[in-house]
Design a protein around this ligand. Structure first.
Ligand SMILES: Nc1ncnc2c1ncn2[C@@H]1O[C@H](COP(=O)(O)OP(=O)(O)O)[C@@H](O)[C@H]1O
Ligand SMILES: [Mg+2]
Length: 252
């Protein structure tokens, strides 16, 4: 893991004193962020892990909005909105930025990638400079979800970029997760910064990455690869699926 501060985002802080007792301010992870005085982001890749509902997506979307991204995803000049589900967190987050600006950027949430793909098609059809070539030349709607996502990271992502990704593994086979891992390794080497929510033990193996685990109490603890929850659980399961299932299904 890196001890140098993030190149583009160094710290995330919550403006103190704002808690109306409702989502997203009632989430343990958000309360912890407020109490702790801030979360430092190191250089390279930072993973957020934690159970479903721990607040990973809320945090990543909050950072994205505070950084000027469209809440539903895309690059910072995407401005479409299909649903009014943006949480208020981003309006109350303060980012400490590095001195440099990213050369490129992208916010991707697996849940709304379809809408990002539609926006890419719309921009391309609207005239002006074609955007499709930057995404591999084929409309994301004409590729499988996994293929179009790999097109995105292969062609559209580049050196010295800032990338916020929410469960990028959602569309990917294990083989494709390995391809993504290799591409992230290359982009980090070229000075990019990533913040990624994931459940994928494969992605977590990215060398040099920092893994932050959100606990049930909302604290964020740095863990190494072998201690990270998705890795431990997957490993336990694969070691003895039969025994695991016997416990789980209580089949005696
Ligand atoms: N728009 C919303 N309104 C109210 N509660 C929400 C909303 N979105 C998420 N939540 C709640 O916040 C919690 C954290 O959600 P989320 O950030 O999506 O978790 P994760 O990504 O870690 O699975 C969940 O328990 C969920 O019920
Ligand atoms: Mg989520």
């Amino acid at each position: 893991m890196s001890s140098a501060p993030g190149r583009f985002i160094r710290q995330i802080r919550l403006v103190p004193g704002f808690d109306d007792g409702r989502y997203p301010f009632d989430l343990p992870a958000v309360r912890h962020l407020a109490r702790s005085g801030g979360l430092g982001l190191p250089a390279g890749a930072t993973f957020l892990v934690g159970e479903n509902g721990a607040g990973k997506s809320t945090l990543i979307e909050g950072v994205a909005v505070a950084a000027g991204f469209n809440p539903e995803g895309g690059s910072r000049n995407f401005r479409f909105a299909t649903r009014a589900t943006k949480s208020a967190l981003g309006d109350h987050l303060v980012l400490t930025r590095g001195v440099e600006r990213p050369r490129t950027d992208f916010f991707l949430r697996a849940e709304s990638y379809y809408n990002v793909a539609s926006e890419i098609e719309r921009l391309d059809a609207a005239g002006g400079r074609p955007v499709m070539p930057a995404y591999g030349g084929v409309s994301p709607h004409e590729r499988s979800h996994g293929e179009s996502f790999l097109d995105l990271v292969t062609h559209r992502f580049g050196p010295a970029g800032l990338y916020l990704l929410d469960e990028p593994e959602a569309a990917l086979s294990v083989q494709s997760c390995l391809a993504l891992l290799a591409r992230m390794h290359e982009l980090v080497d070229q000075g990019s910064q990533f913040l990624i929510a994931t459940h994928s033990p494969v992605l977590l193996a990215l060398p040099g990455a920092t893994i932050l685990e959100i606990t049930g109490e909302g604290t964020m603890e740095q863990v190494d690869f072998d201690r990270a929850l998705p890795v431990r659980l997957t490993r336990d399961f694969l070691r003895a699926p039969g025994r695991f299932l016997k416990h789980l299904l209580d089949t005696g």
